[in-house]
Design a protein around this ligand. Structure first.
Ligand SMILES: Nc1ncnc2c1ncn2[C@@H]1O[C@H](COP(=O)(O)OP(=O)(O)O)[C@@H](O)[C@H]1O
Ligand SMILES: [Mg+2]
Length: 378
């Protein structure tokens, strides 16, 4: 990670009580530059997170920060209202700059923000156990529930059409039409698969347009490593990485958990016999998510939980395919055909989910009836 930054000077821009001791790169995020900085606060070492926001990916950092301020302040209010004794550990807390702003711009135009460091909790890059999957999903469900009634104006849509599958499909069709990198012939099987899937790509957007699926405050990057789990109890502590918090559909958040957590192999695995859906992990995600989201989700959302994984997995697959056809202009590639390999793993998973949809729906139904039994017998 880049350590060319003067973290002492950056830290000094923020209203931190204490003397800077040291700062080291922290975590394994791929988007922002994150540092853990230690300050001597009148004799006690206290840590903060200084984070440089990636302004190449996020075009409007002030709008993104406005979203984060509104969401985290509301979380804090709600947590305190419900008697949570450790609100500053259960929601991210921004530290303002000395001149009362929520971010600091350095001389090179970088945007910096500072959070309280959440101690005694960790993020995990790869889901290894059903327990982790369940707890992560529980955490994301709790997050959605907490912010569901966020008052005021709609949040900024910091990346327009982020999960608009038909719009992504149109971009793919454009890429096929242009054939900028002369690769269409090499991706014939994948393109044929896309055309087969075309009838269902608009399902969620259409249901939302008809008022069946509500727009909500969503996280939009629901990977396991964006929820901190307590080091001792393994319970979810705090959902982090709120850069993509914006209006969206709860199902895309859940679907992306399914896509990333149930995959048995890396996203760019070339041996597709290794890529399959870990159904035990799916079961754990459903259980965890419904344990916190069950009481605010609409029946129409619950009906589509199983399909959500298939739809978003397909959506990410077409984004990789479109980028491959455009000549690798968006996703970083490390080898020839890297984006096509990524597309293939996503399509492999989407196809398998399609084939096993009944089983996945049974799992959702089973989890609901279990939850109901618990409620009835409580
Ligand atoms: N407030 C915090 N307290 C402790 N660790 C944090 C905090 N915020 C982020 N981290 C750690 O830094 C990593 C990267 O942060 P994140 O906001 O997810 O950036 P990215 O967008 O690059 O993924 C996280 O996975 C987590 O381990
Ligand atoms: Mg992250």
């Amino acid at each position: 990670m880049n350590t060319k930054f003067d973290l002492r000077a950056i830290g000094n821009a923020f209203a931190i009580h204490g003397d800077f001791s040291a700062a080291v790169p922290h975590g394994s995020g791929h988007i922002n530059d994150t540092f853990a900085a230690t300050y001597n606060q009148a004799g006690r070492a206290v840590r903060y997170i200084h984070q440089r926001v990636n302004h190449n990916i996020f075009k409007s950092v002030p709008a993104l920060m406005e979203n984060i301020v509104r969401v985290t302040e509301y979380q804090r209010e709600k947590l305190i209202e419900t008697g949570e004794p450790a609100a500053s550990r259960r929601a991210l807390s921004l530290v303002p700059t000395r001149d009362g702003k929520w971010f600091h711009r350095d001389a090179d135009g970088n945007f910096w923000r500072t959070y309280l460091f959440i101690e005694g909790a960790s993020t995990h890059d790869v889901i290894e156990t059903e327990g982790q999957a369940e707890k992560a999903a529980q955490g994301f469900g709790a997050f959605q529930k907490l912010v569901a009634a966020l008052p005021g104006e709609r949040l900024h849509e910091t990346i327009p059409d982020f999960h608009n599958t038909p719009a992504r499909f149109s971009q793919l069709e454009l890429a096929i039409g242009k054939d900028a990198a002369h690769r269409v012939a090499k991706a014939k099987a994948e393109i044929d698969f896309c055309m087969e899937c075309k009838p269902w790509v608009g399902r969620f957007i259409e249901l939302n347009r008809r008022g069946v699926l509500p727009e909500r405050v969503t996280h939009n990057d629901t990977k396991l490593n964006n929820v901190m789990l307590d080091d001792k109890t393994h319970e979810p502590v705090c959902v982090i990485d709120l850069d993509t918090v914006m209006p969206g559909l709860a199902l895309y958040d859940f679907g992306d958990m399914v896509r990333t957590a149930t995959n048995s192999a890396p996203e760019d695995e070339r041996d597709l016999t290794k890529t399959f859906v870990r159904m035990n992990i799916f079961r754990a995600l459903v259980r965890g998510y419904l344990s916190t989201a069950r009481d605010f989700l609409e029946p129409a959302e619950i009906n589509q939980l199983a399909f959500a994984g298939q739809l978003i997995t397909f959506e990410i697959g077409i984004r990789f395919l479109a980028d491959y056809l455009n000549g690798d202009v968006y996703f970083k590639v490390h080898r020839e055909g890297h984006n096509l390999d990524r597309c293939r793993t996503q399509f492999q998973l989407a196809r398998e989910m399609q084939r096993r949809m009944e089983e996945m729906e049974d799992i959702v139904r089973g989890a609901i009836s279990n939850a109901e039994t618990v409620i009835l017998t409580a």
